[in-house]
Ligand binder design. Structure first.
Ligand SMILES: [Zn+2]
Length: 276
């Protein structure tokens, strides 16, 4: 074989290896896979490099479907009752619905990596009674998370001050503020307390200021698919926003955010069989 050709082959090989080793791995810290009709969308996300997804239930029915989807390898479960669903529960059923939700978490500790989605959403609670109902559900699940030594995945809309106050009051330590919509001061407060903030695939100047001010160790990427992103692949956009704002490369940002997600949810202890 002429030496030139051999050299070229070696070079091509080296290029190929470099490209492969740079294949970016993503983690989606918050999505709702049970709401995605077509399983192929999830499979496509996996082959695209989204190798870790934390799928959140929001009520009894979606919690059950989330557990069915959970494979403890790519898809992990977070179970809870979100504020939008909390207000729909009739007063007389509230206690038993909360207890059933917590019992489902306890029964499936091998699959559940977080208590969520839980939180407060004042756009869905226009009366004092409905706010009180959201708080009851939120606080009961916070206490369950503490008892079970699980982190919490928290939703907040128009309620960040109150959410931060309640988390403090309950002395929560492992907190994930999903789709963070607070201001820079609130983001810094969250960072100081050791909370994690996840970035959705939506551009906004306010969010860029937060990304700039908060250390990358306190950030994760989420698609919130199919509510915000169409598919978990959209975490790519979240990662790109972080990379651009922090002036680092996309592989570097993806690596950091993926590691943060695996660490925060303690996924290593849940994985059912070898990755690959
Ligand atoms: Zn959500």
């Amino acid at each position: 074989m002429p030496e030139k050709t051999l050299k070229r082959i070696v070079e091509e090989d080296r290029e190929r290896v470099t490209v492969e080793s740079q294949k970016v791995e993503y983690a989606d810290a918050h999505c709702h896979l049970d709401m995605i009709e077509d399983r192929e969308i999830i499979d496509r996300a996996i082959s695209h490099g989204v190798l870790t997804m934390v799928s959140n239930g929001v009520n009894a029915a979606t919690n059950k479907r989330t557990l069915e989807l959970c494979d403890k390898r790519r898809i992990f479960a977070a179970l809870g009752i979100d504020p939008e669903n909390a207000v729909k529960i009739p007063d007389d059923d509230l206690d038993s619905e909360i207890e059933a939700g917590i019992a489902m978490i306890k029964k499936n500790m091998d699959k559940v990596v977080s208590v969520g989605e839980i939180g407060l959403d004042y756009t869905k609670a226009r009366t004092f009674e409905l706010v009180a109902k959201q708080k009851t559900v939120f606080e009961r699940f916070l206490e369950a998370a503490k008892e079970l030594k699980l982190p919490v995945s928290v939703h907040s809309r128009n309620s960040m001050d109150e959410v931060l106050r309640i988390l403090e009051e309950h002395k929560m330590e492992r907190v994930h503020l999903h789709f963070f919509e607070g201001n820079v001061a609130q983001a810094k407060e969250a960072e100081r307390k050791g909370y994690m903030i996840s970035i959705p695939p939506i551009e906004s100047n306010k969010r860029r200021l937060i990304i700039k001010d908060v250390g990358i160790d306190h950030l994760m990427a989420e698609s919130d698919a199919p509510a915000v992103g169409a598919t978990p692949i959209d975490v790519e956009t979240s990662v790109r926003i972080v990379a651009e704002t922090k002036s680092i490369t996309i592989p570097r940002a993806a690596e950091a955010l993926t590691l943060n997600t695996k660490r925060f949810f303690n996924l290593q202890t849940k994985i059912g069989f070898m990755r690959g």
